[in-house]
Design a protein. Structure first.
Length: 390
């Protein structure tokens, strides 16, 4: 029977006219349905759309949804989606993210492949090459990849993300502290960098180097699937980023350079990693008083000089854009109440790598309960984060 209380996210038709759907189901009749739901489902209708050929579910101990699908000439069904399930099968071998790619046989009875990939990188769309086993995927963040799931992954850069979090994509800015992901890009045993006596980070660590347009990048951390590094100075445009792991070099990853990609360091729940004026950690149970000073940290504010002499944003330039409340008229919300906070310091963060900016700003006096704020230099601001106030 059809999944009850379900939402179809994708549809495709094979050469015989059979129709396939993929999506998420909230039906209480699904065995082992995660709580909270949903569970991912796939189903096949016969060519006359009068009966189901098969229906199957994907998931485990956490919400899942299938968001795109395709059928190959052998009738095998490929799908991408997202999951937070800790038990979702993963034969990828290098990533344990929340995006997934699966392959089922033509009857939907056997899972032929299941792999997990970094968040936001493959779940938006899927297309199949004429060459069997080659799969094109698109992520929610605009990242497009060519995968060969049945083969041992070759060394390559899969995507780049700000060390502060946010999306995995190909946008970077000079001086940004970032993470790049991919298979076989570093040593099997992770290694963290130790600055030299002058505080400089190494550009070679455990036999690994990262270059950007030929310029060596300072390294913070290297492992088989992740490297943390500082983007060298590049003026603008597109430039190749390459990893060298021993004698093996990755293909170039053509990142797009922009003037700034600001992201505020935050907690998993979307609140800012912030310190109140008294030195305590900001939280719901420990909010900052109005008119007090709080400290936050951000990266991706841009650089105007070569790496090693990066000047972080001056306090006169860096801005904090806040939503401090909502205009209400009865039960109707008319719009946000916005304010620019007074930035008293924006510059080098003591003890942290160049490229991480510390920003101290004053909580607006009209803030109530919490503020949603973004940091940056107009017109480029970070994704919004929450700060607790009283």
């Amino acid at each position: 029977m059809a999944p009850e209380s379900s939402i179809a996210k994708a549809i495709t038709i094979d050469s015989s006219g059979s129709v396939y759907f993929a999506g998420a189901t909230y039906s209480p009749n699904v065995p082992g349905l995660a709580f909270p739901p949903p569970e991912a489902f796939l189903l096949k209708l016969n060519p006359t759309a009068t009966a189901f050929d098969w229906t199957t579910y994907l998931g485990g101990a956490g919400p899942s949804q299938a968001t795109s699908l395709a059928v190959d000439p052998s009738g095998n069904v490929w799908a991408t989606g997202t999951t937070t399930s800790s038990t979702f099968p993963n034969s990828n071998g290098w990533s344990d993210g929340n995006d997934f790619l699966v392959k089922l046989n033509s009857t939907g009875s056997t899972l032929l492949y299941s792999g997990r990939y970094p968040d936001g990188t493959i779940s938006q769309g899927i297309g199949l090459e004429s060459t069997p086993g080659l799969v094109h995927t698109a992520g929610a963040n605009g990242l497009v990849s060519l995968l060969a799931p049945a083969e041992t992954p070759t060394m390559r850069i899969f995507g780049i993300q700000s060390l502060a979090g946010g999306v995995i994509d190909g946008l970077v800015s000079s001086g940004e502290v970032a993470s790049l992901y991919g298979p076989n890009i570093g040593p099997s045993t992770p290694v963290r960098a130790t600055p030299d006596s002058s505080g400089n980070l190494p550009t070679s660590l455990a036999g690994v180097t990262v270059s950007d347009s030929g310029a060596a990048a300072p390294l913070l951390y290297v492992s088989a699937s992740r490297i943390d590094f500082v983007i060298p100075y590049v003026s603008a445009g597109q430039a190749p980023i390459r990893v060298q792991n021993g004698s093996v070099s990755s293909p170039d990853f053509n990142a797009a350079f922009v003037s700034a990609t600001p992201v505020v360091f935050s907690n998993p729940d979307g609140t800012a990693a912030a310190i109140n004026q008294d030195g305590s950690v900001n939280s719901r149970s420990n909010p900052a008083p109005r008119d007090s000073i709080v400290s936050i940290w951000a990266t991706g504010l841009g650089a105007s000089s070569p790496i090693g002499a990066i000047q972080t944003a001056a306090s006169d330039d860096c801005q904090i854009y806040c939503v401090v409340g909502l205009y209400q008229q009865g039960n109707v919300t008319l719009g946000p109440i916005v304010s620019y906070a007074n930035v008293v310091y924006a510059g080098a963060a003591p003890g942290l790598p160049s490229g991480i900016t510390q920003i101290n700003f004053e909580i607006p006096e009209n803030a109530v309960g919490s503020i949603e704020f973004s940091a940056g230099l107009d017109p480029q601001f970070s994704p919004p984060v929450i700060l607790w106030v009283r």
